[in-house]
Each structure stands twice: as structure tokens, then as C-alpha cells.
Design a protein around this ligand. Structure first.
Ligand code: NDP
Length: 321
């Protein structure tokens, strides 16, 4: 269960404890496709009481995110109270590339350590890989070699925790078979339209915390959960917004979550989820939304129907869905 702490502004913000003993704030700001990363990050930290920011080298916004964090620190936010996550992109998934990639990320963010460094996707791509990948774009991934390099980053205090994204149970079991430092966090797509109960259970069983990404159903070609009738009904009943109901649903499942918005009023709204709960009956009703389907299925990034090695999204997800 999430534990409550107070932000410097006196707002009650819950946190979850990781295997390492460190705390992860239950709500963070997502930055993928952020059009206003510097302002959004700074406002989220200084005015809305966020202490957790999620970014990635691949998002192309790390410099602006770093500038936003720097501004917030100048405004009086203590770095030690922040939880900053970034991710190792697929082209860097070979042992000799891990450390330089992390140092580049720290440089862009203007930080001397990360709170959490994640493997972004468990597939190695050739430099210059296209979408969809051509033959030879998806390379062999030395998971053990890469993880050992991630572990070294923890030992050197360059990152406090390490973890993974977009893993299957098969890949998680493989990682756990050799990990000296277990992954603290598994970041996965999760929302009422894609609960992914099996993976959540597998992580819980191993003490691995889950961060739910795309909690609102993502953007552009995503799933419109904001206007889902069940979500709207619960929001109306509780006098909350659909966005708040979706964020609260994630927290009540025991996951932290990282909604993204370009709009300050929505950023504020999305973290005001700690002074109330979704009643059990409504929570369970949200767990019955049919048409369970991933938004981010990896097809565009990794599937090559003729040349493989992944010929379908089922291959990408190890036929576990
Ligand atoms: P989200 O589920 O957070 O949805 C973002 C969309 O919802 C945007 O269009 C946003 O619009 C809109 N929105 C935000 N708040 C509200 C609100 N209160 N009411 C109505 N609409 C709202 O999508 P993401 O896919 O961005 O996921 C969140 C974060 O998760 C990412 O930004 C990224 O940090 C992380 N992520 C990680 C992945 C991984 O592989 N590890 C993959 C995908 C995401 P607007 O901006 O206009 O407000």
C-alpha cells in the first residue's frame, strides 16, 4: 500500500517503497511528446507539488526537462527530494554503450545522478534502424551483459535504482536468473483498457514495483479512456474528473503512474488524487472494461513480417497476451 508523505508545500503525496528501500512518489510527470517540457516540469515541481519526473533519451526532450528541473531547484526545490527517471534506448543496448549513454543523459539533464534508469524496450536496434525495421535492424540483445553494466552504475552511485520497461514474464524470469541487483521497477502500459493483470502479479510476486505508463490511454492514436462511459460514470459519481479517476485507479492497484500533459491545469488536476478513494465497487467496475488491448504494442518499432526476427506483435510479447 502507498504511504503518505508531505511535499514542502504541505500536500499529502503518497509514495511506494522500492526493493532498494528508496521511495518512489506515486504520481510523476510524463514527458513523451511534451510540447512544453521546460515549463511543464518546472510548474509541476514548483507549483503542483510533483516530485517525480519520467523522461527518456529517446523522447528528445531531456535538455528541456533538465532546464525545468534546474529552474525548480533555483526556486528552492531540493534535488534530494526529487525522483528523476530516464531510459536506455534500444540502439544503446550493448554493454559498452550503457555507461556513455547514461553519462550523456546526465549531461542533458544537468544532473550528477538519476534516481532510476530503465531499459526502455528489451530489443536492440541497429543505429539508423527504420520504422518498421528493415532486415537486420533488430540485433541480438545481450541482456546479461547490459544488466551487469547497469549494476555497475548503481555501485558507482550514478543511478540509485535500475529497472526495465515493456518486459514479459519470460524476459523477467531470465533477468532474475542472473541479476545480482534485482530490478526495482518494471514500467509497463497499464490502464483500465489494458490492465495486464498477469504481469502485475508476476512483479508483485517478486517484490518489483510497477509504474503504469499511458494511464490515460496515451495520445494521438491512443485509447480515449477520458470519454469511456464507465470512467465518466465513476468520475461524475465522485465529483472528480475522468483523468483523476484514471490516475487514482492506477494508485489503488499499487502502481505509481506518470500522466503527461502540456496544460498546467491538467498537470495540477492529475496529482490531486490523494485525499479521496474510488470505492471498491466502482474500482472493480473499472476493472471490467472489455476490449483489453495495448496501445503501444511495439509493432512499428520491432515487427518485420517477412524477415523477422519478430514477425508479429505476439512474437514481441512472447505470446503471453
Ligand atoms: P497519457 O496516458 O499520460 O495521456 C496523455 C494524453 O492525455 C495527452 O494527450 C494529454 O493531453 C491528455 N491529458 C492529460 N491529462 C489530462 C486530463 N486530466 N484530462 C484530459 N486529458 C488529459 O499518455 P503517455 O503515452 O504520454 O504516457 C504517460 C508517460 O508515460 C509518457 O509521457 C512517458 O513519460 C511514459 N511512457 C513510457 C513508455 C515506455 O516505453 N516506458 C511508453 C509510453 C509512455 P495534453 O498534453 O494536451 O493535456
Amino acid at each position: 500500500m502507498a504511504q503518505a508523505t508531505l511535499t514542502p508545500h504541505g500536500e499529502k503525496v503518497e509514495t511506494f517503497r522500492l526493493l532498494s528501500g528508496h521511495l518512489i512518489p506515486a504520481v510523476g510527470l510524463g514527458t513523451w511528446k511534451s510540447e512544453t517540457p521546460r515549463e511543464s516540469v518546472c510548474n509541476a515541481l514548483v507549483q503542483a507539488g510533483y516530485r517525480h519526473v519520467d523522461t527518456a533519451a529517446q523522447y528528445g526532450v531531456q535538455k528541456e526537462v533538465g532546464a525545468g528541473i534546474k529552474e525548480a531547484i533555483h526556486a528552492g526545490i531540493d534535488r534530494k527530494t526529487l525522483f528523476v527517471t530516464s531510459k536506455l534506448w534500444c540502439t544503446e543496448l550493448s554493454p559498452e554503450r550503457v555507461r556513455p549513454a547514461l553519462l550523456n543523459t546526465l549531461g542533458e539533464l544537468q544532473l550528477d545522478y538519476l534516481d532510476l534508469y530503465l531499459i526502455h524496450w528489451p530489443f536492440r536496434l541497429r543505429d539508423g534502424a527504420t520504422r518498421p525495421p528493415k532486415a537486420g535492424d533488430v540485433l541480438d540483445f545481450d541482456m546479461e551483459g547490459v544488466w551487469k553494466e547497469m549494476e555497475k552504475l548503481v555501485k558507482e552511485n550514478l543511478v540509485r535504482d535500475i529497472g526495465v520497461c515493456n518486459f514479459t514474464m519470460k524476459k523477467l524470469n531470465k533477468l532474475l536468473s542472473f541479476a545480482e541487483i534485482k530490478p526495482s521497477v518494471c514500467q509497463m502500459e497499464m490502464h483500465p483498457g489494458w490492465r495486464n493483470d498477469k504481469m502485475l502479479e508476476a512483479c508483485k510476486k517478486n517484490g518489483i514495483h510497477v509504474t503504469a505508463y499511458s494511464p490515460l490511454g496515451s495520445q494521438d492514436q491512443g485509447r480515449d479512456l477520458i470519454h469511456d462511459p464507465m470512467v465518466e460514470r465513476v468520475a461524475m459519481k465522485l465529483n472528480k474528473s475522468p483523468g483523476q479517476v484514471l490516475v487514482r485507479w492506477a494508485i489503488q492497484r499499487g502502481t505509481s503512474t506518470i500522466p503527461k500533459s502540456n496544460h498546467h491545469e491538467r498537470i495540477r488536476e492529475n496529482i490531486h488524487v490523494f485525499e479521496w478513494e474510488i470505492p471498491e465497487r466502482d474500482f472493480q467496475a473499472l476493472c471490467t472494461i472489455s476490449d483489453q488491448k495495448r496501445v503501444l504494442d511495439g509493432e512499428e518499432l520491432f515487427v518485420n513480417k517477412t524477415d523477422g526476427p519478430f514477425r508479429s506483435t505476439a512474437d514481441v510479447w512472447d505470446h503471453e497476451d
